[in-house]
Design a protein around this ligand. Structure first.
Ligand code: AMP
Ligand code: FE
Ligand code: FE
Ligand code: ZN
Length: 293
């Protein structure tokens, strides 16, 4: 194995801490993603699939082969009022049976909701689309709206994913269906109970900033101040917010394997690898606390 992390040279190493694979709504398998990370000049990547850790083992094996460090993660889409608040979790103990049971039930809710949304698209817009077609887009289990969007693009119903969200499957659209979500507080607790480090994902995408403050109140350990969809001003704002509250600043591209010109690309965000040590330290603290109660 080629070691990617040399503490003496840590300022030269980069990590993208927010990516998705075929374990949820990414297009690349974990091995393909790791190979691409190497090409993108990254020494490490955080893999943060929605409601799933199923891609981590394959990624770690590929990472050992190619010399890319994998930061194990997850992304939980929690909900407050009508807003989705995404919480990233790093270094959770993903072998815990109770955790996997919870994730399985979240993924089950995704299937039920996905089916309902396809029915809505047929009923409301008369689109020729079936859930079978959506299922073919899903590799490992966490079905999401991007899978539906990709079928709409393939069938020529929309020109791109953005149009699918804007017109048909965004939260404001008639075909949208809610699904079971954890609350912000439950999401943060779940990650801490599993020994991980909860981080508020892309707060700049929140409509109501009170939800960012709630996540801080409920105990996130970090803020993803640096994100491909944040403006430089937003990055600076959230960096300051994190510092004010004594929280870690993380960053990632949110790469889903999509190649379009407006889509985030792997390594668009490059953070210094020293963050990995901060996250590991925090996870260690969480583990000690959860073991002592
Ligand atoms: P779901 O988890 O099924 O509710 O789908 C939400 C996911 O869809 C997010 O995590 C993003 O990956 C993706 N998404 C949400 N809004 C958009 C958008 N406007 N364009 C492209 N992808 C989006
Ligand atoms: Fe996603
Ligand atoms: Fe997200
Ligand atoms: Zn994401």
């Amino acid at each position: 194995m080629v070691c990617c992390f040399d503490a003496q040279k840590k300022h030269e190493y980069f990590v993208d801490l927010h990516t998705h694979t075929t374990a949820s709504d990414g297009l690349l398998t974990p091995s393909q993603l790791v190979a691409q990370a190497l090409q993108a000049g990254l020494m490490a990547i955080g893999i943060t699939d929605h409601d799933s850790t199923d891609g981590l083992r394959e990624a770690i094996t590929a990472g050992e082969r190619l010399g890319v460090q994998i930061v194990p993660g997850i992304e939980l889409n929690t909900k407050a009022d009508d807003e989705e608040v995404h919480i990233l979790g790093y270094y959770i103990n993903y072998d815990l049976p109770w955790l996997q049971d919870m994730l399985a039930s979240l993924r089950h809710a995704r299937w039920v909701r996905g089916k309902r949304m396809v029915e809505n698209l047929r009923r409301i817009y008369n689109f020729d689309i079936s859930f079978e077609e959506v299922k073919k887009e899903v590799t490992q289990g966490a079905v999401g709206r991007p899978h539906i969007a990709r079928v709409l693009v393939k069938k020529g119903i929309v020109k791109d994913i953005a149009e699918a969200f804007e017109k048909y499957i965004g939260t404001h659209c008639p075909a949208y269906e809610p699904r079971y979500h954890l609350t912000i507080e439950q999401g943060i607790k779940l990650i801490k109970d599993a020994g991980g480090v909860p981080v508020l994902a892309h707060p700049g995408l929140l409509k109501d900033q009170k939800h960012a403050m709630l996540a801080i109140e409920f105990g996130v350990n970090g803020i993803e101040a640096i994100h491909s969809k944040h403006t430089p001003e937003q990055c600076e704002h959230y960096r300051r917010l994190a510092h004010e509250h004594g929280l870690i600043v993380t960053g990632g591209s949110d790469y889903h394997g999509e190649k379009g010109k407006d889509m985030p690309q792997l390594g668009d965000i490059k953070m210094p690898c020293s963050i990995i040590e901060d996250l590991k330290r925090m996870a260690h603290v969480t583990n000690r606390l959860t073991q002592s109660v």
